[in-house]
Design a protein around this ligand. Structure first.
Ligand code: IPM
Ligand code: MG
Length: 362
């Protein structure tokens, strides 16, 4: 069995609590001989700033490059909001995405049948939703130059950012999305604002060009405002959505609410050869340290890691199966609590997943 090194970056807020539950599974799998994981922990975000003055210490980058995969908890919190932009916790996250060139962000929004009534939308709208949002993650307006806030001659301030995409940047994310669509329902919707923004007019052109190599995939295009509306009108019309960094940020939060709780959704940020996995929810400072955070998105991120980086698809299936079983058993953290279910905390939820995982081997 080849040993895989996993770098854990717990980060801030509920990050350490939920990553600890993921680690419990990984350590158990190693102890039982079902896998061979070597775990390292590193600093990122506000926790890194507090200890080193830098939200992304060089040592974290070096270890991330050496690891087979990185699992991140969450970054940020009110404590660091007064800091200048360059050292905010979020800069650590954006920085690691950029330096590892993690351009392809997969954000599945799949409704668990057990949680369908936890959505704020009607059951008949969300039932059966299974969408993969493919978000471009290392370019676009998040990273474009020029950017900044300047003072003009008349003393007034002017803030500006630049939405920029090159052909090759669009080509590689489009290719990833088409390849993924081939493994799913073979439907791809590219979301842009080509009626207003030239850079996304180019986006549309390049996506169409890449699509010529994937004749089996039904390609459609939608403006982002319409897509935001269609997502809650009729989410089942979507299979794979591919979009820019900022549109993907917004639409993936929206899509998460179809599933009942943002606390359930994992993500993968893929480059070549690096990859980072994280729950899509944030650091939730309001509930940090109270032992009530939902660890399932992080645990499901471990499943994505097993599938996409570690080439352990069987383990990915088992972990996802274990999560399904605890939901079947009626165990719920407060964010997904429904009448007739049993409330548990972070650690008890992790223990239950571990028990179900262990059962899958017996
Ligand atoms: C996300 C988050 C980040 C983003 C923040 C924390 C910088 O919202 O991963 O979706 O905007 O990309
Ligand atoms: Mg976001």
């Amino acid at each position: 069995m080849t040993r895989k090194t996993i770098l854990l970056l717990p980060g801030d807020g509920i990050g350490p609590e939920i990553v600890a539950e993921a680690r419990k599974l990984l350590d158990w799998l190693t102890a039982q001989g079902h896998a061979s994981f070597y775990m390292e922990e590193g600093l990122i975000g506000g926790a890194a700033y507090d200890q080193t003055g830098n939200p992304l210490p060089e040592e974290t980058v070096i270890r991330a490059r050496q690891a087979d995969a990185v699992l991140l908890g969450a970054v940020g919190g009110p404590k660091w909001e007064p800091l200048p932009y360059e050292v905010r916790p979020e800069r650590g996250l954006l920085g690691i995405r950029k330096v590892l060139d993690l351009y392809c962000n997969l954000r599945p929004a799949k409704v668990f049948p057990q949680l369908v009534d936890a959505s704020t939308l009607k059951r008949e709208v969300v039932d059966g939703t299974d969408i993969m949002v493919v978000r471009e993650l290392s370019s676009g307006i998040y990273f474009g130059n020029p950017r900044g806030v300047e003072t003009m001659d008349n003393g007034e301030k002017r803030g500006f950012n630049t939405l920029v995409y090159t052909t090759s940047e669009i080509e590689r994310i489009a290719k990833s999305a088409f390849q993924l669509a081939m493994l799913r329902q073979k439907k791809l919707c590219s979301v842009d604002k080509a009626n207003v923004l030239e850079s996304t007019e180019l986006w549309r052109e390049v996506v169409i060009e890449v699509g010529k190599s994937f004749p089996e995939v039904a390609l459609s295009h939608m403006y982002v405002d319409n897509a935001a509306m269609q997502l809650i009108r009729n989410p089942r019309q979507f299979d794979v959505i591919v979009t820019t960094n900022m549109f993907g940020d917004i639409l993936s939060d929206e899509a998460s609410m179809l599933t009942g709780s943002i606390g359930m959704l994992p993500s993968a940020s893929l480059g070549e050869p690096f990859a980072l996995y994280e729950p899509i929810h944030g650091s939730a400072p309001d509930i940090a340290g109270r032992g009530v955070a939902n660890p399932l998105a992080t645990i499901l991120s471990v499943a994505m890691m097993c599938r996409h980086s570690l080439r352990l698809p069987d383990l990915a299936d088992r972990i996802e199966g274990a999560v399904n079983r605890v939901l079947d058993q009626g165990l719920r953290t407060p964010d997904i609590l429904q009448p007739g279910t049993q409330q548990v905390g972070t650690v008890a939820m992790g223990d239950a997943v571990l028990a179900a995982l262990s059962e899958s081997f017996s």
